[in-house]
Write a protein that binds this ligand. Structure first.
Ligand code: GDP
Length: 194
């Protein structure tokens, strides 16, 4: 990643950039470490804002990378105080985004490697799979003690095998230890070139 800059924020997918640049979307449970991972990939302290208030950013945030592709920071899901109404609103907006955004190359679904498989993550991943939306997994915070033996990562993969024959590519990442940067960026480059 040579250059990165904030491009634009949008409430709705039909307002998103129409210049046809390919796009990779980052999404995950609130507090999963999405902003930290984006900043680590960009090697910037504050490209994405790590927010103290989960669920506050309900916008689609576009970052332009290397003048050639968009990294899209999507609103997180599953924060503690989320009401049913908020959740169904989020679901509608994300459905809209994923079903309509033709320039999307792949989604990065972030999964916290420190906790056992969460139903809300499995539901989301399965929804993407059922709709044929390309995605990969990025396990976050692998530097933390509870992640060290890889048990939660393995358990998540096992749960996915209940539904899918083929598992999506998965990356182990840590924003703190800068783990997984080369692997993620190499994947992006190769996806852009195919
Ligand atoms: P977001 O809500 O998904 O954007 O998550 P943030 O990036 O704001 O991170 C949520 C919390 O997890 C913060 O307290 C971060 O410091 C912490 N965090 C994020 N990434 C890592 C990581 O790789 N390792 C560790 N140990 N903590 C992390």
């Amino acid at each position: 990643m040579k250059t990165s800059s904030f491009h634009s924020s949008h409430a709705r997918v039909d307002q998103a950039p129409k210049d046809g640049r390919p796009e990779f979307a980052f999404i995950g449970r609130s507090n999963v470490g999405k902003s930290s991972l984006i900043n680590m990939l960009a090697q910037r302290k504050e490209l994405a804002h790590t927010s103290g208030k989960p669920g506050k950013t309900q916008l689609l945030n576009y970052y332009l990378i290397n003048d050639s592709w968009f990294l899209t920071d999507l609103p997180g899901y599953g924060y503690a105080k989320q009401s049913k109404k908020t959740r169904s609103k989020w679901e509608k907006r994300m459905e809209n985004y994923f079903l309509k955004r033709q320039t999307l190359v792949s989604a990065f679904v972030l999964i916290d490697s420190n906790v056992p498989p969460q139903e809300i993550d499995l539901e989301f991943v399965n929804w993407l799979g059922e709709h044929g939306i390309p995605f990969v997994l990025a396990f976050t915070k692998t530097d933390r003690r509870k992640a060290k033996d890889g048990a939660h990562v393995a358990a998540f993969q096992e749960r996915l095998k209940e539904y899918w024959e083929e598992l999506p590519p998965a990356f182990l990442t840590s924003a703190v230890k800068e783990i997984g940067r080369d692997e993620v960026l190499t994947y992006v480059e190769s996806a852009l070139n195919t």
